[in-house]
Write a protein of this length. Sequence first.
Length: 355
Amino acid sequence: MAFVGIIIGAGFASGQEILQYFTSFGIWGIIGTIVSVFIFGFFGFVIVDMGHFFKAYSHRDVLNRIASPITNRIIDIFLLLTLFGIGVVMVAGAGSNLNQQFGWPIWLGNFICVLLIFLVGMMDTKRVIDAIGVVAPFLIILVIAINFRSLLTAEWDIAFMNIEALELSSPLPNWWVSALNYASVNLTTGVATAFLLGGVEKDKKVARKGGLIGGIIVGLLIVLINLTLFATSSQVASFDLPMLQMARLIQPWVGLVMSILIFFEIWNTAMSVLYSFSTSFITPKKKNFRYVLLGVVVAATALSFGGFTNVISFVYPAVGYGGFIVLGIFVYAWYKFCIKQKENQEKTSVETIKE
């Protein structure tokens, strides 16, 4: 659930990401979400399996085994920049969320988010890990309920809905590049957590199954949310957080609950990525860690004022395109170490028994 939780925060807690990546391509965007189910399922399986194979406790435990020092360093830098970039987006989203629901200044929402990140980040590592993924189950339940309710009450005119959807802007050129890019940016964001989850799981079958099911759950949620945004884009597309507006259209109190859950899910993701980014420079046990974390959250806050929608349009595609190369390397390494090497070991064992 921690893996799913991070992707929910980074990928579709607000609805703005799915609106730009899928809804804006109309009916073809729906096909793109279906493709994403298979992509998330496959890579969820692959990444968690690699984490288990290498007994990883961080992404560096895997990189040190599969890549040359230069390639290792390049991927490491890219993943660190990804963590920081997603953190900036999440801080911006926190401010937009509270602004849309309560009318508070965006800077205030941003400040509350980073203050919570800093305070929780001062706790021990175990408590930080425990905090990640707590909100996800509640948000998933509410998202499913809101989306099904909106789908059932929508006035279905597919031709009109398609026209409305195609008027939306997207930073990507077409639906299939968008589907690949979206999967790439979210998987790249969650890769460190997925490696860790695989590394701490003792049973290989459980690890693989968890990665596969987690990826499929993410993909199916994307399909559901995009269908609802496709059906209601004329009512919610003008808002920074379409999912929040969808909830408010049902009942004000539903919007209030949704706003609180979205805020804490966004904070969850921001906490995870910015904390991980900070620990790459200094161990949390050292005294100066608080100053590093403080500097990171201040920098993220400053960059977040570019605006939630604008920051997504810039950061996500850039991370997604770079992620193509990284994920390609991971697939090759997975085949080489987890599949091919295992086959060779089994072959050697059989030959030894025969002798």
